[in-house]
Write a protein that binds this ligand. Structure first.
Ligand SMILES: O=C1O[C@H](COP(=O)(O)O)[C@@H](O)[C@H](O)[C@H]1O
Length: 232
């Protein structure tokens, strides 16, 4: 179940998506006095983060985490946490609470239980707004095609919030939110940019095999409407 929102430019898409997310966070603050936001890494969301960081909301009542993290040092150029600190936790959003998906453990397998506890204790659930991205291989969050742990990440009966992941198609071991957490969020977005990602989306929509393209688990579900924001 999805709705497709098409835009002529990345700036138009990011402005509209930031407006929608800000409204979700404001509604949550009005209703529950706190709000939660989970965002993706990679280069695609940078402009969205910069626009969002200027939003006029009570950021000190907002809890931000990532949908996935690469198991690298926080200062590494591939760290999603570094990206958030550089582009989102700035300006008006500098007072938001950030919940990291990284520990000092040597690998995500050894760190995953600590992160599960941290999220259970600190992150308002269900997540009010969750923004997914998509890789050219059809991964979303860090749910990667044909990875050994993929079945654990997409098990809708599981009470795990996070799993450790060893991608076969990308560098770095990872931590990822699981499909039940993603599909239990209150508002779910997929942010896509350009012709290549549009082609991958069409390929994903045309088939059913989740192992080949895990994004299909989000596109073909009936639990909540996925809002796809695509800049052509
Ligand atoms: O590795 C990752 O890649 C995906 C896609 O990112 P993109 O910027 O190439 O669209 C991202 O959603 C995920 O959070 C990130 O860790």
């Amino acid at each position: 179940m999805y709705q497709l929102h098409l835009f002529d430019t990345p700036n138009a898409m990011n402005t509209a998506l930031a407006t929608a997310i800000t409204a979700n966070l404001q509604d949550a603050i009005n209703l529950r006095s706190k709000a939660s936001l989970a965002v993706s890494g990679g280069p695609t969301p940078v402009e969205l983060f910069q626009i969002l960081s200027q939003a006029q909301i009570a950021w000190n009542q907002v809890y931000i985490t990532l949908v996935d993290e690469r198991w690298v040092d926080k200062h590494h150029e591939d760290s999603n946490e570094r990206l958030i600190h550089t582009h989102l936790l700035q300006n008006k959003a500098k007072d938001a609470h950030f919940i990291s998906l990284k520990t000092i453990a040597e690998n995500p397998y050894d760190g995953v239980d600590e992160i599960q506890t941290r999220l259970q204790q600190s992150l308002p659930l269900p997540i009010d707004a969750l923004v997914l991205g998509m890789g050219d291989d059809g991964h979303t969050a860090s749910l990667f095609p044909h990875a050994e742990n993929l079945y654990k990440g997409i098990d809708m009966q599981s009470d795990r919030l996070v799993i450790d992941m060893k991608p076969l198609t990308a560098p770095h071991d990872r931590i990822s939110l699981t499909l039940p957490v993603i599909l239990n969020s209150r508002h779910l977005y997929l942010q896509l940019n350009g012709k290549k990602q549009q082609q991958v989306l069409e390929q994903a929509l045309a088939g059913k095999n989740i192992n080949d393209m895990p994004i299909r688990a989000v596109l073909h579900q009936q639990k909540l409407p996925l809002q796809i924001y695509l800049a052509q």
